[in-house]
Design a protein around this ligand. Structure first.
Ligand code: S3P
Length: 433
């Protein structure tokens, strides 16, 4: 299926974006491992999270959807059952890596697989430290499918992560629940801390230490107490609408209840540095996560330089930042973004290709790109099966000089099934065929 976008509309009104993907995955995982029932409201019902739900159902967890949301009947930390067949994690690197951490502590074997994109993503980053803790792995070139044979009792680990990855950190902390003694992980740069916050919400003690609080640790052998979780709106999904309102004339958009966790809100600061008019209103805390209402107005943007530290806090938002840069005055230089090459697509290559297809002036670097702002033309952009590429360029379509087609948009359902309806709701002109 393709989107067709006719340009030139303002984004007006109030729009609630779908639930946070990272928090939704973790709520199902920890809810399943807790003692007692966990109520989850506003969970994201995207394909990635549904894959996590199916996987836990296959391991004997009763997860019920009702008119208030989801009720997860936790089986306790030691209550998962060996599934009868392979667990299919679809397109989701988060589900795959975090699950592997949990599976490392189960006294049985299971194979985890996924779609073509997931099967090309590197898993050595979790396999190696989890093997040090005592789990065994079989795979070809450390890519999915991966067979995990867990250990009855893992060894605690002190591990300095070579890449700043919340997925790796979380996998190790989950395995650490099953380890003897302490598991300690050092992040080379801050990464999203939803796992640590949610573990605390389930009554599990997580510690931070080091000069910059760069070490996170927990002791194995504890239990998780069921809780209630309200999932905030996903800042990564909100980003497409923030981008749309900033670059489209006469726009004024309010996005309520968006997660603004400082370990992943980098995109707001980047857009503000570019001259974006974004007000953060009514800051509050929902279920241990900071949340706010975001008010965005059309803005005259200018170029900016981004380096490694900016990227870690906005790792999923760079395609949108690149579209903003293509509409801004002057040059934007993005460096230190090599992690983007191993996301759902090679997002440096696919973002550059999308910008070129719309006539932007852009050159690719190994670790980023250089974009000179100007006007975008109509054209056809390939999603390459990557949801964030599809959505960032669908929004770009509103400021092009003629119609834009985005090819293969089925992938949007992995993270933001409500995207199309919301895009129309805020006043934009989109059709799907
Ligand atoms: C995620 C962490 C990020 C991010 C992904 C979700 C998470 O990956 O790209 O979409 O929920 O922990 P890395 O931490 O591996 O960069």
């Amino acid at each position: 299926m393709d989107y067709r976008i006719s340009p030139g509309k303002p984004l007006i009104g109030t729009a609630r974006v779908d639930g946070d993907k990272s928090i939704s995955h973790r709520s199902i995982m920890l809810g399943s491992l807790a003692d007692g029932a966990t109520r989850i409201t506003r969970i994201l019902e995207g394909e990635d999270v549904l894959a996590t739900i199916d996987a836990f159902r296959a391991m004997g967890v009763e997860i019920v959807r009702d008119d208030q949301g989801y009720l997860v009947h936790g089986v306790g930390i030691d209550g998962l059952k060996q599934p009868k067949k392979m667990l299919d994690m679809g397109n989701s690197g988060t589900a795959f890596r975090l699950m592997t951490g949990i599976l490392a502590g189960q006294p049985w074997s299971v194979t985890l697989g996924g779609d073509a994109s997931l099967s090309s993503r590197p898993m050595g980053r979790i396999i190696r430290p989890l093997a040090e803790m005592g789990a065994r792995f079989e795979s070809v070139e450390e890519k999915p499918p991966v067979t995990v044979t867990g250990a009855q009792s893992l060894k605690g680990l002190r591990y300095e992560m070579p890449v700043a990855s919340a997925q790796v950190k979380s996998a190790l902390l989950f395995a650490g629940l099953y380890a003897d003694g302490k598991t300690e992980v050092r992040e080379p740069a801050p990464t999203r801390d939803h796992t640590e916050r949610m573990l605390s919400g389930f009554g599990y003690v997580v510690n931070r230490h080091g000069a910059a609080n760069e070490w996170v640790s927990l002791e194995g052998g504890g239990r998780l107490k069921s809780t209630e979780i309200e999932v905030p709106a996903d800042l990564s999904s909100a980003t497409f609408f923030i981008l749309g309102a900033l670059i489209s004339k006469n726009s004024e958009l309010l996005l309520p209840g968006v997660g603004v966790n400082p370990s992943r809100d980098g995109v707001i600061g980047i857009f503000q540095r570019m001259g974006g008019d974004i007000s953060i209103l009514n800051r509050r805390e929902v279920g241990g996560e900071p949340v706010a209402d975001l008010l965005i107005k059309s803005s005259k943007l200018h170029g900016v330089s981004l380096s490694h530290d900016d990227i870690a806090l906005a790792v999923d938002e760079i395609p949108s930042v690149a579209v903003a840069a293509a509409c801004a005055e002057g040059v934007t230089d993005i460096s230190g973004a090599e992690e983007l090459r191993v996301k759902e697509s090679d997002r440096i290559a696919t973002t550059v290709a999308g910008l070129k297809a719309l006539g932007a002036s852009v050159s690719e670097k190994q670790d980023g790109m250089v974009i000179t702002g100007g006007n975008l033309e109509g054209g056809r952009v390939e999603s390459h099966g990557d949801h964030r590429i599809a959505m960032a360029f669908a929004v770009a379509g509103n400021v092009c000089s003629s119609q834009v087609q985005i090819a293969d948009v089925e992938c949007v359902a992995t993270s933001f099934p409500g995207f199309y309806d919301l895009y129309s709701y805020v006043g934009l002109d989109i059709s799907i065929s």
